[in-house]
Design a protein around this ligand. Sequence first.
Ligand SMILES: N[C@@H](CCC(=O)N[C@@H](CS)C(=O)NCC(=O)O)C(=O)O
Length: 216
Amino acid sequence: MILYGSSLSPFVRKVLAFAAEKSIELDVKPVGPGDQNPDFRAASPFGKMPALVDGDFSLPDSSAIVHYLEARHPEPTLIPSDPRLRAKTIWFDEFADTIVAACGAKMFFNRVVAPRFLNRPGDENAAAAAERDELPPILDYLETVVPGDDGFLVGDGLTLADIAVASPFANLGHLGCEYDRSRHGRTCAYVERILARPSFSAWVEREAAFLERTAA
Ligand SMILES: N[C@@H](CCC(=O)N[C@@H](CS)C(=O)NCC(=O)O)C(=O)O
């Protein structure tokens, strides 16, 4: 299976970590923002990454892709079948994509992607506003739901919920984001533990090396 995208995208990284947890091999074809690669555009009509191609089947959107991978490779279960656990998993995936990653994107796009890869200045006001106004309530909420021990967000094992929620924090890590550990200590420990899993760390280390090479 081919996955179009860059692991610097939290949505692409989510799919890569999800696949790695299931030992699914993906052939990653790098594409960037606005990429006109015709095979990528055929798989992703609006040009957003990631997009998956599996033979004559193609699919955009990280959430659609992980549901496809779960159905194709049910073991280990990462999207539970129990109604409540499944619904909670979908909530955390949605929260991660539309709230956490959306906030992180304002910071990462304006501070890294625009100036470094698109040759134009980022909107630092938008980045600073997201960090000041949007991030703290996200961390406050997470502090009430993350497990304080070695547990997971949903049920007894790792699920898509953990993968989706942790993924955008790798971007905040690349930005050198500082946290108030007296207020958000559980969240910090939880995110660090999920991102330390080999399914994430291999990608995050490569991203950090790439960002260092491309730093001004
Ligand atoms: N809901 C989509 C969001 C994908 C998305 O917004 N990807 C961004 C990168 S983080 C993108 O491709 N942006 C390029 C563009 O909008 O042209 C998913 O989960 O895959």
